[in-house]
Design a protein around this ligand. Structure first.
Ligand code: 5AD
Ligand code: SF4
Length: 440
């Protein structure tokens, strides 16, 4: 979501002030730090980065330093007190006001702070997206969260759930496809709670949005993230069966495999309910891979609770997933619970969990060796620009040598080796391409 917001800030300042992104902070007239406060140390990281930028401001006092995003909204005025050289402070819902804030700061020669929560007017105020040069793009369709899990800062920083109207999303996706995008990822903190105006009568859910997007000619892959298990209903499960361009991969955070901890987390679902949904999904789309988010060391987590999480991991056989040590976040209810799990126990549980998940992910990768996979070529490999890099349907990076000019196309690639974080592939198969231009 922050990546998307950062792109939109760049678009906005390009159209309002003719600013263009530069790699080197020394050369920037405006430095913007877009921040995330989901987990621990976010604030510390912000102040550390600002410490690096301070000499740049001292060198050139006309240079503008801005801090946006959730840490800005959480820290508020405190940020200006701790880092008085910061010129602009804005929250995640007011980034569209950046050009006005910049003008006001330049005109009045004083810092500007805007941490308002307008009802998501920002989507109506952003410029059209200029030409992107990659085949994949993010599109925010929903923001905020009404679930209030006890550990999570999102409902406090991003606010309540809001869904963009379908016609706006469809227009944005069409525009991206016209610019050469073939894969989109729909974003939302609670994306499957999406309920947006259809443009005709009433509202529609994520399943109907997906159906409508799937009709856009030229669009070849759709992903969406992140979902809550309770909003994965039968209609959405059916969409995974019926929409071929919806990739066979779903990120479905579970957080813990213990019902006692799930209750304390206020997740509003049980382990059995989660497993039932996974079962239905696999019936609907047998090849689907599931990834997840886990928190270890939540207050009160016993060895037994942790063993239950390990059990769940083995039952579901998750693909590459994210796991974190619990950290207390400002204003969240879990801060009132005693953080009873010692740091070294959290470290050990995290290592054990990550090793198990990695071993399943490696098994999935190894099972792909000797098969052909549908790979979207995203561009030259970062390590070796003479090679191409691309993504499988389940989002595994694949590196391979191939002919010039295939960026943005989908090819069938033979998988030769499973490395820890990527696959090595070979270009050239009897039945390629899968869909060099348009799906067959
Ligand atoms: N401590 C640790 N992990 C957290 N997450 C969210 N809040 C916290 C926290 N306080 C993790 C959850 C969520 C992911 C985005 O970040 O696993 O799904
Ligand atoms: Fe946070 Fe996700 Fe829970 Fe919402 S559903 S409160 S975003 S963890």
């Amino acid at each position: 979501m922050n990546e998307y917001d950062s792109e939109r800030m760049a678009d906005l300042l390009a159209s309002s002030h003719g600013l263009t992104p530069v790699e080197d902070p020394d050369r920037a007239d405006v430095l913007i730090l877009n921040t995330c406060s989901i987990r621990e140390k976010a604030e510390d990281k912000v102040y550390t980065q600002l410490g690096f930028w301070r000499p740049l401001k001292e060198q050139d006092p006309a240079r503008i330093i801005a801090v946006g995003g959730c840490v800005a909204s959480q820290e508020g005025e405190r940020l200006r007190r701790r880092a008085p050289f910061v010129d602009l402070v804005f929250g995640p819902q007011t980034l569209h006001r950046l050009p006005d804030m910049l003008d006001a700061c330049l005109a009045e020669r004083r810092p500007q702070v805007d941490l308002d929560f307008p009802d998501l007017e920002k989507f109506d105020r952003l410029p059209e997206r200029p030409g992107r040069n990659g085949p994949t793009a993010f599109v925010t369709v929903q923001e905020g969260c009404d679930k209030f899990c006890t550990f999570c800062v999102v409902p406090h920083t991003r606010g309540r759930e809001y869904s963009r109207p379908m016609p706006d999303i469809i227009r944005e996706v069409r525009q991206l496809v016209d610019q050469g995008v073939v894969e989109i990822t729909l974003l939302g903190q609670n994306v499957n709670a999406y309920r947006g105006a259809t443009g005709l009568v009433g509202e529609g859910d994520l399943a109907s949005l997906l159906e409508r997007l799937a009709r856009i000619s030229g669009l070849q892959r759709i992903r969406y993230t992140t979902s809550h298990p309770n909003n994965l209903d039968d209609r959405l499960i059916a969409a995974h069966r019926d929409i071929p361009i919806l990739v066979p991969h779903l990120h479905l955070p579970v957080q813990s495999g213990s019902d006692r901890i799930l209750r304390r987390m206020h997740r509003k679902h049980t382990v059995a309910e989660y497993l039932e949904k996974i079962h239905k999904l696999r019936e609907a789309r047998p090849e689907i891979r599931i990834s997840s988010d886990f928190i270890v060391g939540f207050p009160g987590e016993t060895e037994e609770d942790f063993a239950a999480t390990m059990d769940l991991v083995s039952q579901v056989r998750f693909d590459q997933s994210f796991s974190f040590k619990y950290s207390s976040r400002p204003n969240t209810p879990a801060t009132r619970l005693r953080d009873s799990v010692p740091e070294e126990v959290k470290d050990r549980r995290l290592a054990v969990l990550q090793a198990r998940i990695t071993s399943f992910a490696q098994q999935y990768s190894e099972a792909m060796v000797g098969t052909f996979q549908e790979v979207l070529v995203t561009g030259p490999s970062r390590r070796d620009p003479a090679e191409w890099t691309g993504r499988t349907l389940c989002n595994r990076p694949v590196n391979f040598s191939g002919p010039a000019g295939i960026a943005g196309q989908i090819w069938s690639i033979g998988i030769e080796e499973a490395l820890p974080n990527s696959l090595r592939g070979r270009f050239g198969s009897p039945d390629m391409p899968v869909a060099a231009s348009g799906r067959a």
